[in-house]
Each structure stands twice: as C-alpha cells, then as structure tokens.
Design a protein around this ligand. Sequence first.
Ligand code: HEM
Length: 132
Amino acid sequence: MFPPAGDGMWLKYVHVGCAILSVSGYFLRGVWMLRDSPMLRRLWVRVAPHVIDTLLLLSALLLAVRIGQYPFVHGWLTAKVLGVVAYIVLGSIGLKRGRTRGVRIAAWLAALIVFAYIVGVALTRSASLGLL
Ligand code: HEM
C-alpha cells in the first residue's frame, strides 16, 4: 500500500494522512462528548476538523482525476462519496444534533463503522469489499 514517496505518492499520503487525522479526531471528540468535556468548545477543536476534511476531499478529487476514475462512473468511488456523506451526517448527529445521549452514542458508533467501510472500499476498490 505504501511504496516509497516520489512519483506523486505524496498526494496519496496526504489523503490517507487526512483520513487518519479525521477519524482519530472524530473518535476523540466522541470521547469528550461522552464526558461532557469543555474541550469540545475550544476554537481549534471546532476548526481543525473542517480543515482536515477539506484537505481529505481535495486530495480525493485530485487522486480521482489522476487515475481517471470518477464517482457516479465507477462504483467504488460512488460508494466512497456516499460513505463520506453518511460519515458526515452520522458524525454531526453523534457529536451535536442527537437529542439524547443514547442517540448520540449510536450515531457516533455508526459513523465509525461507516468509516471502516470506506477504508475497506479504498483498499479493495470494490463497493462490496470484494465479498460478492
Ligand atoms: C473518509 C473518507 C476516505 C477514506 C478513509 C479514504 C481512504 C483511502 C485510502 C486508505 C486510500 C489508499 C488506498 C491504496 O492505495 O491502497 C485511498 C485512495 C484513494 N481515494 Fe480515498 N478515502 C476517503 C475518501 C475518498 C473520496 C470521497 C474519494 C472520492 C473521489 C476518494 C478517492 C480516492 C482515490 C481516487 C484514491 C486513489 C486510488 C489510487 O491511486 O490507486 N477517497 N483512499
């Protein structure tokens, strides 16, 4: 998965690096949510995820152009885009919008599962994770 940098590999490193930062940050904010931590209200904690997710999507776009495969043309990239939308929606229910603690925890866990699915799709280049 990680040949030496060079020949444009840096772009994939940026993409995968942002994906790791995105999910680690999301996990941590979930833990803070469960503990009602004041950390969640810090400015950098609220801003950093937007910067990271923007870089994640920008690098995704550039990678797609580079390999000439596109969402809504190639199934696995469609699955990734829909997966990201689900991750964002569930993520915002999990960290903010969920009315009760139970709803927030369920949405938080579901978002983490969706994230794992997206990684599976990325590695297998298959929406069905190569299982079908
Ligand atoms: C949470 C969101 C995402 C995660 C966790 C993620 C994860 C990954 C990973 C791990 C790889 C490296 C796979 C490998 O080469 O072994 C990758 C590559 C790639 N991803 Fe994503 N990705 C995400 C979002 C997206 C989105 C929304 C797109 C839509 C265009 C996208 C397009 C691509 C492309 C085109 C590659 C390069 C494939 C290649 O060069 O062989 N990713 N992604």
